[in-house]
Design a protein around this ligand. Structure first.
Ligand SMILES: [Zn+2]
Length: 323
Protein backbone atom coordinates (compact mmCIF):
# COMPACT_ATOMS: atom_id res chain seq x y z
CA UNK A 1 0.00 0.00 0.00
CA UNK A 2 2.77 2.36 1.03
CA UNK A 3 4.65 1.46 -2.11
CA UNK A 4 1.59 2.11 -4.30
CA UNK A 5 1.15 5.46 -2.62
CA UNK A 6 4.79 6.35 -3.21
CA UNK A 7 4.51 5.34 -6.89
CA UNK A 8 1.35 7.39 -7.34
CA UNK A 9 3.05 10.37 -5.73
CA UNK A 10 6.07 9.96 -8.00
CA UNK A 11 3.81 9.74 -11.03
CA UNK A 12 1.93 12.89 -10.01
CA UNK A 13 5.19 14.73 -9.36
CA UNK A 14 6.68 13.73 -12.71
CA UNK A 15 3.46 14.81 -14.42
CA UNK A 16 3.69 18.18 -12.68
CA UNK A 17 7.31 18.56 -13.74
CA UNK A 18 6.35 17.68 -17.33
CA UNK A 19 3.53 20.23 -17.31
CA UNK A 20 5.86 22.87 -15.92
CA UNK A 21 8.47 22.08 -18.53
CA UNK A 22 5.87 22.06 -21.30
CA UNK A 23 4.36 25.29 -20.05
CA UNK A 24 7.72 26.99 -20.02
CA UNK A 25 8.36 25.64 -23.46
CA UNK A 26 5.15 27.12 -24.88
CA UNK A 27 5.62 30.39 -23.06
CA UNK A 28 9.13 30.54 -24.42
CA UNK A 29 7.87 29.87 -27.93
CA UNK A 30 5.24 32.60 -27.68
CA UNK A 31 7.76 35.03 -26.35
CA UNK A 32 10.26 34.16 -29.05
CA UNK A 33 7.69 34.86 -31.75
CA UNK A 34 6.76 38.23 -30.34
CA UNK A 35 10.18 39.61 -29.43
CA UNK A 36 12.75 37.89 -31.55
CA UNK A 37 13.19 40.50 -34.23
CA UNK A 38 16.64 41.49 -35.34
CA UNK A 39 17.14 44.95 -36.80
CA UNK A 40 18.65 44.65 -40.26
CA UNK A 41 18.50 48.23 -41.48
CA UNK A 42 17.00 51.57 -40.63
CA UNK A 43 16.19 54.57 -42.81
CA UNK A 44 14.69 57.92 -41.87
CA UNK A 45 11.15 56.62 -42.36
CA UNK A 46 11.16 52.87 -41.69
CA UNK A 47 13.07 49.94 -40.24
CA UNK A 48 13.61 46.41 -41.57
CA UNK A 49 13.79 43.42 -39.20
CA UNK A 50 14.57 39.75 -39.67
CA UNK A 51 11.75 37.77 -38.06
CA UNK A 52 8.58 39.11 -36.47
CA UNK A 53 5.13 37.76 -35.75
CA UNK A 54 2.54 37.94 -38.51
CA UNK A 55 -0.97 38.74 -37.20
CA UNK A 56 -3.17 35.66 -37.12
CA UNK A 57 -5.29 34.93 -40.14
CA UNK A 58 -6.53 32.14 -42.35
CA UNK A 59 -4.14 29.93 -44.28
CA UNK A 60 -4.46 30.35 -48.04
CA UNK A 61 -3.14 27.84 -50.55
CA UNK A 62 -1.82 29.11 -53.89
CA UNK A 63 -1.05 26.75 -56.77
CA UNK A 64 2.23 26.81 -58.67
CA UNK A 65 0.78 28.47 -61.81
CA UNK A 66 -0.52 31.34 -59.71
CA UNK A 67 2.81 31.68 -57.87
CA UNK A 68 4.69 31.75 -61.18
CA UNK A 69 2.69 34.85 -62.16
CA UNK A 70 4.32 36.64 -59.19
CA UNK A 71 6.94 39.37 -58.96
CA UNK A 72 9.80 37.64 -57.18
CA UNK A 73 11.08 35.02 -59.62
CA UNK A 74 14.84 34.79 -59.80
CA UNK A 75 15.77 33.92 -63.38
CA UNK A 76 19.35 33.17 -64.41
CA UNK A 77 21.57 30.48 -65.94
CA UNK A 78 21.58 28.79 -62.52
CA UNK A 79 17.79 29.17 -62.12
CA UNK A 80 16.17 28.90 -65.57
CA UNK A 81 12.40 29.17 -65.91
CA UNK A 82 10.60 25.81 -65.92
CA UNK A 83 9.81 24.44 -69.38
CA UNK A 84 6.29 25.21 -70.53
CA UNK A 85 5.69 27.91 -67.92
CA UNK A 86 2.70 29.99 -69.04
CA UNK A 87 3.80 33.49 -70.03
CA UNK A 88 3.21 36.16 -67.41
CA UNK A 89 0.43 38.59 -68.25
CA UNK A 90 1.58 41.80 -69.89
CA UNK A 91 0.23 44.75 -71.86
CA UNK A 92 1.70 47.04 -74.44
CA UNK A 93 2.73 50.24 -72.64
CA UNK A 94 1.86 52.56 -75.55
CA UNK A 95 -1.54 50.95 -76.06
CA UNK A 96 -2.33 51.34 -72.39
CA UNK A 97 -1.05 54.83 -71.55
CA UNK A 98 0.16 56.34 -74.84
CA UNK A 99 3.30 58.40 -74.39
CA UNK A 100 2.51 59.34 -70.80
CA UNK A 101 5.32 56.93 -70.01
CA UNK A 102 8.32 57.39 -72.35
CA UNK A 103 8.43 53.87 -73.81
CA UNK A 104 9.40 52.56 -77.25
CA UNK A 105 6.68 51.12 -79.47
CA UNK A 106 6.72 47.42 -78.66
CA UNK A 107 7.46 47.46 -74.95
CA UNK A 108 5.14 45.21 -72.96
CA UNK A 109 4.96 45.07 -69.16
CA UNK A 110 2.58 44.01 -66.41
CA UNK A 111 -0.26 46.40 -65.58
CA UNK A 112 1.19 46.94 -62.08
CA UNK A 113 4.56 47.92 -63.53
CA UNK A 114 2.89 50.34 -65.98
CA UNK A 115 0.80 51.93 -63.20
CA UNK A 116 3.95 52.30 -61.10
CA UNK A 117 5.75 53.94 -64.05
CA UNK A 118 2.80 56.35 -64.36
CA UNK A 119 3.12 57.28 -60.68
CA UNK A 120 6.84 57.80 -61.15
CA UNK A 121 6.56 60.10 -64.19
CA UNK A 122 3.87 62.06 -62.38
CA UNK A 123 6.55 63.04 -59.88
CA UNK A 124 9.38 63.28 -62.40
CA UNK A 125 8.54 63.28 -66.14
CA UNK A 126 11.95 61.69 -66.94
CA UNK A 127 12.11 63.52 -70.26
CA UNK A 128 15.69 62.38 -70.85
CA UNK A 129 14.82 58.70 -70.47
CA UNK A 130 13.48 56.07 -72.85
CA UNK A 131 12.19 52.62 -71.89
CA UNK A 132 13.49 50.29 -74.54
CA UNK A 133 13.02 46.63 -73.71
CA UNK A 134 10.21 45.00 -71.81
CA UNK A 135 8.97 41.45 -71.87
CA UNK A 136 10.26 38.97 -74.47
CA UNK A 137 8.80 35.62 -75.48
CA UNK A 138 11.13 32.57 -75.37
CA UNK A 139 11.35 32.80 -79.19
CA UNK A 140 12.29 36.50 -79.09
CA UNK A 141 15.01 35.73 -76.52
CA UNK A 142 16.48 32.98 -78.76
CA UNK A 143 16.29 35.28 -81.77
CA UNK A 144 18.10 38.06 -79.91
CA UNK A 145 20.93 35.67 -79.04
CA UNK A 146 21.13 34.51 -82.68
CA UNK A 147 21.18 38.09 -84.01
CA UNK A 148 23.91 39.03 -81.53
CA UNK A 149 25.94 36.03 -82.70
CA UNK A 150 25.52 37.08 -86.34
CA UNK A 151 26.61 40.63 -85.55
CA UNK A 152 29.77 39.39 -83.82
CA UNK A 153 30.39 36.99 -86.70
CA UNK A 154 31.05 39.98 -88.96
CA UNK A 155 34.20 40.84 -87.03
CA UNK A 156 35.48 37.63 -85.38
CA UNK A 157 35.80 33.83 -85.81
CA UNK A 158 32.77 31.57 -85.19
CA UNK A 159 33.85 30.17 -81.83
CA UNK A 160 34.61 33.61 -80.44
CA UNK A 161 31.38 35.07 -81.82
CA UNK A 162 29.42 32.24 -80.20
CA UNK A 163 31.16 32.72 -76.85
CA UNK A 164 30.48 36.47 -76.90
CA UNK A 165 26.81 36.04 -77.87
CA UNK A 166 26.27 33.53 -75.04
CA UNK A 167 28.02 35.87 -72.62
CA UNK A 168 26.03 38.95 -73.65
CA UNK A 169 22.56 37.50 -74.22
CA UNK A 170 21.15 34.76 -71.97
CA UNK A 171 19.59 31.74 -73.66
CA UNK A 172 15.83 31.31 -73.75
CA UNK A 173 14.51 30.67 -70.24
CA UNK A 174 17.52 32.30 -68.57
CA UNK A 175 16.63 35.98 -69.01
CA UNK A 176 14.59 38.15 -66.70
CA UNK A 177 13.15 39.76 -69.79
CA UNK A 178 10.84 36.77 -70.08
CA UNK A 179 9.08 38.13 -66.99
CA UNK A 180 6.54 40.93 -67.30
CA UNK A 181 8.15 43.42 -64.89
CA UNK A 182 11.60 44.13 -66.35
CA UNK A 183 12.85 46.82 -68.69
CA UNK A 184 15.99 48.63 -69.76
CA UNK A 185 16.32 52.39 -69.94
CA UNK A 186 18.22 54.47 -72.46
CA UNK A 187 19.50 57.71 -71.00
CA UNK A 188 19.62 60.74 -73.28
CA UNK A 189 20.76 64.31 -72.74
CA UNK A 190 23.87 65.66 -71.06
CA UNK A 191 26.23 63.00 -69.77
CA UNK A 192 28.85 63.29 -67.06
CA UNK A 193 31.46 61.00 -68.57
CA UNK A 194 33.63 61.15 -65.44
CA UNK A 195 31.17 58.71 -63.85
CA UNK A 196 32.16 55.06 -64.33
CA UNK A 197 28.64 53.89 -63.47
CA UNK A 198 26.55 54.47 -66.63
CA UNK A 199 23.36 55.13 -64.63
CA UNK A 200 24.93 58.01 -62.74
CA UNK A 201 25.97 59.89 -65.89
CA UNK A 202 22.65 61.72 -66.37
CA UNK A 203 20.33 63.64 -64.10
CA UNK A 204 17.45 61.19 -64.72
CA UNK A 205 19.74 58.24 -64.02
CA UNK A 206 20.84 59.69 -60.69
CA UNK A 207 17.21 60.41 -59.79
CA UNK A 208 16.23 56.82 -60.64
CA UNK A 209 19.07 55.48 -58.51
CA UNK A 210 17.82 57.48 -55.51
CA UNK A 211 14.06 57.27 -55.96
CA UNK A 212 12.92 54.27 -57.99
CA UNK A 213 12.41 52.12 -54.87
CA UNK A 214 9.62 54.43 -53.63
CA UNK A 215 7.57 53.35 -56.65
CA UNK A 216 8.36 49.65 -56.26
CA UNK A 217 11.30 49.40 -58.69
CA UNK A 218 14.77 48.05 -58.10
CA UNK A 219 17.94 48.35 -60.09
CA UNK A 220 18.41 44.66 -60.67
CA UNK A 221 22.10 44.36 -61.57
CA UNK A 222 24.09 47.10 -59.79
CA UNK A 223 27.77 47.22 -60.80
CA UNK A 224 28.89 46.45 -57.23
CA UNK A 225 26.88 43.20 -57.16
CA UNK A 226 28.07 41.51 -60.36
CA UNK A 227 29.86 38.74 -58.46
CA UNK A 228 26.54 37.74 -56.91
CA UNK A 229 24.22 38.30 -59.87
CA UNK A 230 26.68 37.09 -62.53
CA UNK A 231 25.38 39.84 -64.83
CA UNK A 232 27.72 42.64 -65.93
CA UNK A 233 26.11 44.16 -69.00
CA UNK A 234 22.66 45.09 -67.63
CA UNK A 235 23.52 48.17 -65.58
CA UNK A 236 20.48 50.05 -66.92
CA UNK A 237 18.02 47.24 -66.21
CA UNK A 238 15.13 47.85 -63.79
CA UNK A 239 12.49 45.61 -62.37
CA UNK A 240 9.17 46.17 -60.66
CA UNK A 241 8.87 44.13 -57.45
CA UNK A 242 6.34 46.23 -55.49
CA UNK A 243 7.02 48.76 -52.76
CA UNK A 244 7.44 46.35 -49.83
CA UNK A 245 10.19 44.30 -51.49
CA UNK A 246 11.78 47.39 -53.03
CA UNK A 247 11.85 49.08 -49.60
CA UNK A 248 13.62 46.09 -48.02
CA UNK A 249 16.20 45.99 -50.80
CA UNK A 250 16.69 49.76 -50.64
CA UNK A 251 17.29 49.84 -46.88
CA UNK A 252 19.53 46.77 -46.72
CA UNK A 253 21.37 47.33 -50.00
CA UNK A 254 20.64 43.71 -50.98
CA UNK A 255 20.26 42.61 -54.58
CA UNK A 256 17.48 40.10 -55.31
CA UNK A 257 19.70 37.05 -54.74
CA UNK A 258 20.84 38.31 -51.32
CA UNK A 259 17.29 39.23 -50.33
CA UNK A 260 15.91 35.81 -51.27
CA UNK A 261 18.75 34.13 -49.38
CA UNK A 262 17.83 36.16 -46.28
CA UNK A 263 14.17 35.18 -46.67
CA UNK A 264 15.06 31.48 -46.98
CA UNK A 265 17.03 31.75 -43.75
CA UNK A 266 14.62 33.90 -41.72
CA UNK A 267 11.14 32.90 -42.93
CA UNK A 268 9.75 36.35 -42.09
CA UNK A 269 10.97 39.89 -42.67
CA UNK A 270 9.11 42.79 -41.06
CA UNK A 271 9.02 46.44 -42.10
CA UNK A 272 7.88 49.04 -39.64
CA UNK A 273 7.22 52.73 -40.21
CA UNK A 274 7.95 55.40 -37.63
CA UNK A 275 4.25 55.31 -36.72
CA UNK A 276 4.41 51.59 -35.96
CA UNK A 277 2.59 50.44 -39.12
CA UNK A 278 3.91 47.06 -40.20
CA UNK A 279 4.22 45.17 -43.47
CA UNK A 280 5.54 41.62 -43.69
CA UNK A 281 7.20 39.25 -46.10
CA UNK A 282 6.68 35.52 -45.52
CA UNK A 283 8.78 32.80 -47.13
CA UNK A 284 8.05 29.05 -47.24
CA UNK A 285 9.32 26.11 -49.25
CA UNK A 286 7.18 25.22 -52.25
CA UNK A 287 5.87 21.72 -52.78
CA UNK A 288 4.17 19.99 -55.71
CA UNK A 289 0.84 21.66 -55.00
CA UNK A 290 2.26 25.17 -54.51
CA UNK A 291 2.53 26.94 -51.16
CA UNK A 292 0.32 28.14 -48.32
CA UNK A 293 0.57 31.52 -46.56
CA UNK A 294 -1.10 33.11 -43.55
CA UNK A 295 -3.35 35.90 -44.74
CA UNK A 296 -4.46 38.21 -41.89
CA UNK A 297 -7.58 40.28 -42.45
CA UNK A 298 -6.85 43.92 -43.34
CA UNK A 299 -3.79 42.94 -45.40
CA UNK A 300 -3.26 42.69 -49.14
CA UNK A 301 -1.26 39.61 -50.18
CA UNK A 302 1.17 39.42 -53.12
CA UNK A 303 2.35 35.79 -53.39
CA UNK A 304 5.10 34.69 -55.77
CA UNK A 305 7.35 31.75 -56.45
CA UNK A 306 11.05 32.63 -56.32
CA UNK A 307 12.06 29.93 -58.85
CA UNK A 308 14.59 28.61 -56.31
CA UNK A 309 12.24 26.18 -54.57
CA UNK A 310 10.61 28.72 -52.26
CA UNK A 311 7.64 31.06 -52.42
CA UNK A 312 7.35 34.49 -50.83
CA UNK A 313 4.33 36.61 -49.96
CA UNK A 314 4.33 40.34 -49.22
CA UNK A 315 1.59 41.51 -46.84
CA UNK A 316 0.71 45.19 -47.08
CA UNK A 317 -1.86 46.85 -44.77
CA UNK A 318 -5.01 47.71 -46.73
CA UNK A 319 -5.05 51.03 -44.86
CA UNK A 320 -1.79 51.95 -46.62
CA UNK A 321 1.90 51.71 -45.91
CA UNK A 322 3.38 55.13 -46.39
CA UNK A 323 7.15 55.18 -46.38
ZN1 LIG B 1 17.54 44.20 -69.30
Amino acid sequence: MERMYRNALLLALSGLVLMMVTGVYFEHQTEMESVERVLLAQTETYAVYAGGSIPSGRSVQYDADRLYQGKMLCVSAAYPLPDGMPAQQARNVRHMVGLYVPAAENVTLSEEAIYALCAMVEENPLIGTWIMDGMRSPQQQSQLQRETFETYLNTMPVAQAMARAVRDVPASGQSEHQLSDCFDVRLNGAHDWSQTDALLRTQDGRWLQENCWRFGFVRRYPPEKTEITGVENETLHFRYVGTVHAAVMHATGWCLEEYLQALHGNGVITLETQDGVQAYVQCVQMNASGAAFVLPPEYDAAPSADNMGYAVCALTPLSGFGI
